[in-house]
Design a protein around this ligand. Structure first.
Ligand code: AGP
Length: 606
């Protein structure tokens, strides 16, 4: 996610802002910028790259001003570059923004018709132009901001300056923004770590709040201009604690961000009213006559591909072949011209996946990437790209990237289904309602983390685990096993449940817990049979299901019940407890959860 900081007070703002910005670097970003209001003019500096580059520029320029904004950008619209870096300006209005403006294209066209000239590819740039447009029509500064916000759809945390006004305005909707209260000075920031060294008194703005800072005066209103009252809270965190938002590890923070990450991934794309899916700014290749889809990736992303295959084959009846990217090229794959090759990658820099995509393209395939990082190699080289808007994933073990990849694949399946006429608007509307309910259902699983931690305590001393799943639950079992092994170093392997009789059953005894992913779906009966076989050999079962009345529940050693949803989306809900189970075991064992031994966040070598 982008990072915002702002200052209004009596001291020189430049160093305060740069230092605050450097405290947000952990969030991940690709460019940075600063705006300072000096003697009636706003000076802006922006750089692609690190905050340190920006610091060198501004310290050399000895920029003056006791009110200003600064920003680190995590690109969502428009590749990482100086021209796309924030702050963005329109006339004498300057804005920094974190979030996604869903209706930016329509607003941009409206503003262009009114004579506004845009300098970037970002969604953000419509905000200063909207504010300037209202100001040109005679509205005062804060009313211009209010009216502009009412035109926006999507998520935002913004800071706004105007040259003729010694006033800083902040506003929030869905993206986080906090106010720090100093002694005769105010701060705004995306996150506590930015300003934890300046104050311990904070206001956590709520959706549709606005904060107006003028001299020693701060006013809080809603977008209708009505005064609001917000509690001032004292937060005594160390910087290290603050970077993780109070969580003990980035991985835990990212597990808990999944509701928000999935909501952000749906933003602007899931159009329930129209019964449509839109991928704004994405020109998917012509899908008519498509004969085969490939889904290729590594690790967790490969497990997501396996789930995507179930979605597409069972609903669209288009053959899908999945493969490990590291294997794909060594089998001389039979890729036909016109096949759609989908590469999936959180980092967009995995060497094997990049190589596989290049190989597929050389054989005539059309390429589409599902990525989490704008400007990454896979995002740039594919014919089309659809981004997961999970925000930076810092923990090496992938969590929110996985569940947002599944969400994107579901939307893609609906999108292709509409294009091919397989789905009518009503079909899409019904399925979109299901995925809209997922963030809330994910949150209800996250709320059970204490009971999952208790289960982890009971199982942390076992040295071997077997994970079983059938159908769409098999990749979920694979992902659960990968999570456990890569952060706890406990041996964990996953098998298709039906395959257990062909070997792994020889391993079953009381020393090897068996995690069974068994929702009440089309695989239920057969998986119950597998569980009977495990229990007949003294194996103890950890059951993950959406069915409290599961016929194996009474005999399982541990039962974790998750909310029910449709077949294609159940893996998201089954996965959250498995992520927490792996996390808590590793945390109890004291391994390096965020940077497990021997692992890299992005495997950029083959
Ligand atoms: C998953 O937890 C691991 N970090 C690893 O398997 C990862 O999924 C794999 O390296 C692929 O990375 P990518 O999604 O960035 O391509």
């Amino acid at each position: 996610m982008c990072g915002i900081v702002g200052y209004e007070g009596t001291r020189e703002a430049c160093d305060i802002l740069i230092e605050a910005l450097s405290r947000l670097e952990y969030r991940g970003y690709d460019s940075a910028g600063i705006a300072l209001l000096g003697q009636g003019t706003i000076h802006i500096e922006r750089r692609k790259g690190k905050v340190e580059e920006l610091r060198k520029i501004v310290s050399g320029a000895a920029l003056k001003g006791s009110i200003g904004l600064a920003h680190t950008r995590w690109a969502t619209h428009g590749v990482p570059s100086e021209r796309n870096a924030h702050p963005h300006r329109a006339g004498d209005v300057v804005v920094v923004h974190n979030g996604i403006i869903e209706n930016y294209l329509a607003l941009k066209q409206r503003l262009k018709r009114a004579g506004h000239v845009f300098m970037s590819d970002t969604d953000t740039e419509v905000i200063p132009h909207l504010i300037a447009d209202y100001a040109e029509k005679g509205r005062n500064f804060t009313d211009s901001v209010r009216l502009a916000l009412k035109d926006l759809k999507g998520s935002w945390a913004i800071g706004v300056l105007k040259e003729s006004e010694r006033t800083l305005v902040a506003a929030k909707n869905q993206s986080p923004l906090i106010v720090g209260i100093g002694d005769g000075e105010y701060f705004i920031a995306s996150d506590i770590p930015a300003i934890i060294n300046r104050t311990d008194r904070f206001i956590f703005l709520e959706d549709n709040d606005m904060a107006i800072f003028r001299g020693r005066d701060m006013r809080l209103t809603n977008v209708d201009g009505e005064e609001v009252v917000r509690e001032v809270r004292q937060v005594r965190w160390t910087t290290a604690m603050a970077e993780k938002g109070g969580y003990s590890h980035f991985m835990l923070k990212e597990i808990f961000e999944q509701s928000r990450a999935i909501s952000d991934t749906l933003l602007g794309r899931a159009r329930e009213e129209e019964g449509e899916v839109e991928f704004e700014g994405v020109d998917l290749p012509d899908l008519a006559g498509i004969r085969k889809i490939w889904m290729v990736a590594c690790g967790t992303s490969h497990h997501a591909c396996m789930i995507g295959r179930h979605m597409i084959e069972t609903n669209l009846r288009i053959p899908v072949e999945t493969d490990l990217a590291s294997e794909f090229r060594y089998r001389d794959p039979i890729v036909s011209p016109g096949d759609l090759f989908i590469s999936v990658s959180q980092s967009g820099e995995t060497a094997d996946t990049i190589a596989a995509m290049r190989d597929a393209r050389s054989r005539g395939a059309r390429t589409l990437s599902i990525c989490n990082v704008l400007g990454s190699t896979l995002a740039r080289e594919a014919d089309s790209v659809v981004f997961t808007h999970a925000g930076p994933e810092i923990g090496v073990a992938s969590t929110k990237a996985f569940t947002t990849q599944i969400a994107v694949m579901f939307l893609l399946m609906l999108f292709i289904g509409r294009k091919l006429g397989t789905f009518g608007c009503r079909d899409v509307r019904e399925r979109l309602r299901e995925i809209r309910a997922i963030p809330r259902k994910v949150q209800s699983v996250l709320d059970t983390t204490r009971s999952i931690e208790a289960a982890a305590e009971r199982y942390m001393s076992f040295r071997n685990f077997l994970f079983l799943g059938r159908g769409i639950n098999f990749p979920t079992a694979l992902e659960g096993a990968l999570k456990l092994k890569e952060i706890s170093y406990i041996h964990a392997e996953a098998y298709a449940a039906g395959e257990m009789k062909h070997g792994p059953i020889a391993l079953i005894d009381e020393s090897m817990p068996v995690v069974c992913v068994s929702p009440a779906d089309r695989t239920y009966k057969k998986t119950c049979g597998n569980m009977e076989e495990v229990m007949a050999r003294k194996g103890n079962i950890i059951l993950i299901s959406d069915d409290e009345t599961h016929e194996m529940a009474a005999r399982a050693a541990q039962v974790i019940v998750v909310p029910r949803t449709i077949y294609e989306l159940q893996p998201i809900l089954s996965m959250v407890p498995l992520q927490l189970f792996a996390y808590h075991i590793a945390n109890l064992l004291g391994t390096d959860v965020d940077q497990p031994r021997n692992l890299a966040k992005s495997v950029t070598v083959e």
